[in-house]
Design a protein around this ligand. Structure first.
Ligand code: HEM
Length: 423
């Protein structure tokens, strides 16, 4: 079936499809994190793409917002940055507005010309030459992590592999004290969590207290780096960069969190998603095992399939008509990558996981336009090396239970994924 989720065997999805078909479009609230926690958002987006691709939700836990659900429409919003702003002062880049007193600027939540100037400061980290230098380190760490995995017993892939390897990578990028690297994981999780009972943090105050701890810790490292000659870590680059060395403390913390979350959650959830996707599609797993050269197209395919950031948001700077709908100045416009990546008008058999697609890089997972992810090459390199090392060692990473998913309509990922490696 093209462009509609295949429901065979998934009863929770069947119920969601009935629900998505029966309720009026006016009542749709696709940003509800519960739909993502239960993985039941798919049929809602299927219907929106078909019947009302640019949709207005009048009321939600995040206030009113527009949803843009088709691939090419998302590209149009992304490239019209003169009208659709990313500015933190207007609420930022996620469906959830950041409260005015908590707003921190980072270059992802900034418009031109300051955005480009700050982005340029960290860009040298991601050049092919620098990535070649990092590759040896990535391979060595991946091999060590994989060699130490338990065999013939169930363990959590998210914690032991995905979090561990992406956290290590981040510690390398920041030249962060190695033994304390899990602090980075914690700060990344806290930065994106929605506070609530039973959650990672119970209240917004707790969340802010932990982020302040992050800022204080990094401020100390910053002082060390600024008094040393420039080096090739991200902190040193910002401490010595012309556009960033005089940042105010809020902009400093904003950029830190951007780089921590950008480099952590996304690759982590794609790595967990890659094991899950191959288990759901054993024929593709076999294909990959038989021909490891397919890793080059498997990696972008899994990034599309997973779409680890479900959306990015913009705010309209003026009234504008878009696809026949009247968007008003100040309206929140959410670009649903997760839906664009299943748009059958652009992607052939979009619900299928096909590791040797003809054009695997046709996807929106990295965004588009001036804010397109700066870490693309690094993300792909990490996933490629890790999978090269996995295939050398283990025939089958078997998923033995359903994953526990994150309660968020922004970070689309996994809290746990139980697996077993057979001897
Ligand atoms: C921006 C996705 C890995 C750093 C973005 C955006 C997306 C994204 C959707 C916003 C694009 C837009 O608004 O048009 C991803 C995915 C990744 C990944 C899916 C992995 C699979 C990384 C890594 C880093 C990174 C490894 C760095 C260590 C950034 C930064 C930005 C960004 C700094 C802001 C760019 C700007 O505003 O100019 N990423 N990312 N990302 N990403 Fe990534």
């Amino acid at each position: 079936m093209q462009g509609t989720i295949d429901l065979a065997g998934d009863s929770h999805l069947r119920a969601a499809r009935d629900q998505a078909q029966s309720i009026p479009l006016a009542d749709f609230d696709v940003g509800n994190p519960e739909l993502f926690k239960t993985d039941t958002f798919w049929p809602y987006f299927d219907r929106l793409r078909r019947e009302e691709p640019v949709h207005y939700c009048k009321e939600s836990m995040f206030g009113p917002y527009w949803s843009v659900t088709k691939y090419n429409d998302i590209m149009d919003i992304e490239t019209n940055h003169a009208v659709f702003s990313s500015a933190a002062s207007l609420g930022g880049i996620t469906i959830r507005d950041v409260a005015p007193d908590l707003r921190r600027e980072s270059f992802i939540a900034m418009d031109q010309p300051r955005h480009s100037a700050q982005r340029k400061t960290v860009a040298p980290m991601f050049t092919p030459t620098h990535l070649d230098q990092l590759a040896t380190n990535i391979r060595k760490r991946s091999a060590e992590c994989l060699d130490n995995l338990p065999v013939n017993e169930v363990f959590d892939w998210v914690d032991q592999v995905s979090i561990e390897l992406t956290t290590q990578m981040l510690a390398v990028l920041f030249d962060f004290p190695w033994e304390e690297r899990r602090k980075l994981t914690r700060w990344s999780d806290v930065a994106t969590t929605i506070p609530g009972p039973g959650g990672l943090v119970a209240t917004e105050e707790e969340r802010q207290a932990e982020l302040l701890e992050c800022a204080t810790y990094f401020a100390r490292l910053w002082k060390e780096r600024i008094n040393q000659p420039p080096k090739s870590d991200l902190l040193s680059m910002m401490a010595h960069g012309e556009a960033t060395r005089d940042m105010d403390p809020k902009n400093f913390l904003g950029n830190l969190i951007l780089l921590i979350v950008g480099g952590n959650d996304t690759t982590r959830n794609t790595l967990s998603g890659s094991v899950y996707a191959l288990n759901k599609n054993p024929d593709q797993y076999r294909k990959l095992r038989d021909n490891p050269d397919l890793i080059d197209s498997f990696v972008p395919e899994v990034i599309r399939w997973q779409t680890p950031l479900a959306h990015m948001r913009r705010t309209a700077l003026e009234d504008i008509e878009f696809r026949g709908r009247q968007i008003r100045k100040g309206d929140k416009v959410v670009m649903w990558y997760v839906s664009g990546n299943r748009d059958e008008d652009v992607i052939d058999r979009p619900y299928e996981f096909i590791i040797d697609r003809a054009r695997p890089r046709t996807h929106l997972s990295f965004g588009f336009g001036i804010h397109r992810c700066v870490g693309i090459r690094l993300a792909e390199l990490q996933l490629k090396i890790i999978w090269e090392e996995i295939l050398k060692r283990y025939d089958n990473i078997e998923v033995v239970g359903e994953p526990k998913r994150v309660y968020s309509s922004f970070v689309k990922g996994y809290e746990t994924l139980p697996v077993r490696i057979a001897a």
